[in-house]
Design a protein around this ligand. Structure first.
Ligand SMILES: NC(=O)c1ccc[n+]([C@@H]2O[C@H](COP(=O)([O-])OP(=O)(O)OC[C@H]3O[C@@H](n4cnc5c(N)ncnc54)[C@H](OP(=O)(O)O)[C@@H]3O)[C@@H](O)[C@H]2O)c1
Length: 333
């Protein structure tokens, strides 16, 4: 079967076509014929060799969906013909996070592969309302946004949520926050992307290029109080501003490293405002399944910027690197 693999990370040319033996399911395992996959910023970091504890060679990408084509002895959760998506962390089914993550496309081989062998516990069934491409956007970005807002954040209607940028996690956070009746402020480098965010329901937009002190603008738009929740995907370059414009007692979901992973934390504002910082690392299968229920009930559809064929995976990575997209970049097998 055809796959893409990374042997020598460093640049996009490190992503190479390769072949692997067709998988045969053992006890409790299933084989999924992949139909679609989607990219996350993490996948770009892995390809560039900027992700910790890389195991090489690796088949990249954590997020994909397809059809079960074979099941091993004792499999009872799914059967041949079921439409499924893999869960990001194959070790996290429910409850608190496990000591060791086993994430697809990093700790173990991922979904950029025509067929994928997974334990039956490591998949969720996808609802008929979602296409394979839509389902393929969910395992990392959407579950992360869900965990940040509803599990860690306990978001309530009427609260205000700050969302940084218009990438994958951020647009899911926007859609979920609006679904829950929150007021949403979005930042972006681009006015046209802010217009797209407004069409998705964003109440306010701030261009962080033309307003580099965007935290002050957020404070101005919240009567000097700050937001209830910040979906912090920026990391080093944004964290201190995010802390500055989150209200006393507010919640900052620490998710991303878009502008670097080593941030200085201003301790006094943190303690005097009694902020709650919560690190988020995607979520469990139980989070994924709860989220699917909400997506179906609310008729929500992921924002897909473009779909490229499997063979053009390097092109999809290039598009992500250039940043000229909103929402998700997908591949179709
Ligand atoms: N901890 C976890 O569980 C978890 C899960 C998923 C992702 N992440 C992390 O979260 C971050 C986002 O991931 P993603 O896959 O959603 O990324 P993505 O889709 O590649 O998002 C890229 C977008 O982020 C925005 N951005 C870039 N630099 C920014 C900055 N300095 N300030 C504000 N926005 C900025 C830009 O939006 P505009 O073009 O609108 O400016 C850009 O288009 C990454 O660091 C990723 O590693 C973590």
């Amino acid at each position: 079967m055809n796959v893409f693999e990374i042997r020598e990370p460093g640049s996009i040319t490190g992503l190479r076509p390769a072949t692997r033996e067709t998988p045969v399911p053992g006890p409790g395992q299933v084989v999924v014929e992949m139909k679609a996959a989607s990219l996350n910023f993490r996948d770009l970091l892995i390809l560039k060799g900027q992700y910790p504890n890389l195991r090489l060679p690796v088949i990249p990408l954590s997020d994909g969906a397809g059809t079960v084509i074979a099941t091993g002895p004792g499999v009872s959760r799914v059967r041949a013909g079921d439409r499924v998506a893999g869960i990001f962390n194959q070790n996290w089914i429910d409850g608190p996070p496990p000591r060791r993550a086993l994430a697809l496309g990093g700790d173990r081989d991922g979904v950029l592969s025509e067929q994928l062998l997974l334990p039956e516990e490591g998949v969720v069934k996808i609802p008929p309302a979602l296409s394979f491409e839509e389902a393929a956007t969910l395992p990392c970005a959407a579950v992360t946004a869900w965990n940040a807002l509803f599990v860690s954040g306990h978001l309530r209607p009427g609260q205000t949520v700050l969302i940084l940028g218009t990438g994958g996690v951020s647009l899911f956070a926007l859609q979920f926050a609006k679904m829950a009746g929150a007021r949403v402020i979005v930042t972006s480098s681009s006015d046209s992307k802010l217009e797209k965010a407004a069409r998705l329901g964003a109440d306010e937009g701030i261009n962080y290029r033309t307003r580099p002190e965007w935290d002050k603008e957020v404070l101005a738009r919240t009567d000097g109080e700050g937001v209830d929740h910040t979906v912090e995907v920026g990391g080093a370059g944004t964290l201190s501003r995010s802390l500055a414009c989150t209200r006393p007692g507010g919640h900052v979901a620490v998710i991303g490293v878009l502008s670097g992973g080593q941030a200085e934390i201003p301790v006094f504002p943190l303690l005097s405002k009694q902020l709650r910082l919560q690190g988020i690392y995607v979520g469990s299968r139980a989070h994924f399944e709860a989220m699917l229920g909400a997506i179906v009930q609310n008729g929500l559809h992921p924002v897909i910027d473009r779909v490229l064929p499997f063979e053009e995976a390097p092109e999809a990575f290039r598009a992500m690197e250039q940043g000229n997209f909103t929402g998700k970049i997908c591949l179709r097998f």
